[in-house]
Write a protein that binds this ligand. Sequence first.
Ligand code: F6R
Length: 599
Amino acid sequence: MCGIIGYIGEAVAQPRLVSGLQNLEYRGYDSAGIALVDDDLAVFKRTGLIGDLALPEDSDQTCGIGHTRWSTHGKPTDANAHPHTDCSGRVAVVHNGIIGNYDDLRTELSEHTFRSETDTEVVAHLVEEQLATTDDLRAAVAAVLDRIEGSYALGVVAAGYDGIVAARQNSPLVVGHGGDGTFIASDVTPLLEHTREVSYLEDGDVALLTGTEVTVWNDGAVVERPTQTIQWDADAAEKGGYAHYMLKEIHEQPQALRQAIAGRLDPVEGSVDLDLSLSPAFLSGLDEIQLVACGTSYHACLYGKQLLELLADVRVTVEVASEYTVGRGRTPGRTLVVGVSQSGETADTLRALRMADRTGIRTLGVTNTVGSTIARECDDALYIQAGPEIGVAATKTFASQVVTLALLSVAVADARGELDPSQARTLLEHVEALPGAVQQVLDRESAVIELAEAYAGGDAFFFIGRRMGCPVALEGALKLKEISYDHAEGFPAGELKHGPLALVTEGTPVLAVVTDGARPEETHNNVKEVQSRGAPVIALVSEAAGVEEFEVGFPVPALGVLEPLVANVYLQLFAYHVANVKERPIDKPRNLAKSVTVE
Ligand code: F6R
């Protein structure tokens, strides 16, 4: 996730911005920059390390903004690094999030000179237009916010304007009240060396920071945002107060999902825009889509296969990348290979994609990492826009991969002339409701903690599900084994009676996905099978169906075929809290690496 810092006050701004950026390094970044402002604006930015910035040795400006970028729109290049400026070079903007309608705005601003490929730059040009009609920077930014859609935490400065304007919508932004000035930051980490007094902006807030005061408006009226005293140390602050990155990333899922879909879907029309160069002619001529991936990404593909087949009437195969061969009878021009990889660097997935490419088959990389090898080498790249994931166990990226594959399913179905508009509208409405549904599960965390404490002593754990519940069962088991070191297995629920049932005892908790999209009636029968062998069952059940029939049941908000994806959040929390009870090194489990770059 990108990082923001801003300072205005009595002290020289540059050292504060630089140390602020250094304290944001933990979030991951590929480029960095700062803007210093008084009657003029000076911007320093580039790819690489903060220490690589060619900064002046004797700056005396007392106001500025800084940014660490982790690419989502546009490659990691010097031009794409923030801050972004307007045509005149007098306005500078730093931004976290995604401006969903930037394409349309950019077309509208065709008379302006754009220097980057980012969504953010439109904001600088829109502010420039507003400043032609007002000399109030806060009013100018507020007018621009009416024009932009998506998520943002923004910091804006302009030459000759005394102040920083900040705004927040679905992307966190915190204000710091220091002894000699005021700050903005994307989280409290870079503020702690200067102040522990902070206030959190809320969605819709626009703030004006002067060196001595912070005034916040929402919907045109001045509002109070209470000041809080931060007690965390720097390490806890990096994790947003969570004990581990994994837990933080589990909780970031609503935000990650909003980013994954921002500007990409129109539920009223039932359409999506993924900005891919795959032509409708190519997509409608396909005989087969091959999905290749490893680990958690492989499970996302198993889910994605079902969505693609449901919507787009195309044969989809899924292969563990290390086992992939193109296979006989696959014709270039009629086959598409999709490599799904959070890191974009997994050697097995890369090998499979290169193999397909050598036979002339078109490749698409679905990844979280702009500029990664898979993004660069594939014919097309589709970004899941989840923000950096630091915990070794993948969590938010699984959710973002599945939702991105759901959008791809609609795009492919549309191109093939197979789109059932009402089916697409329903799916996209569910996609839009997904962040809220995930939040409802996160809000029940305390019940999952109790559950984990009660069951952490299990001999082994089974996870079962059907249809789209099956990849979630596999993923639930993988998460638990990775971080708790317990024996955990996921099965298609119907397979239990063909063997694994022999292992089920009173000491084997079974976690069952009994939701829509997971053939709940049949899975319920399998639940009864294991219950009659004395196994404790923890069921994740469609809210509409009710949890009463299960001894331990957790409700899943109504969301059709996306219900298993929501149920997965319970399984992530369960895995996390079982491992936490056992005091495992959750963010760095033994023998595992975040990115597996060997075959
Ligand atoms: C599990 C996990 C791994 C990765 C796998 C593929 O929590 O993180 O199973 O999913 O190594 O990695 P990517 O998606 O980077 O290709």
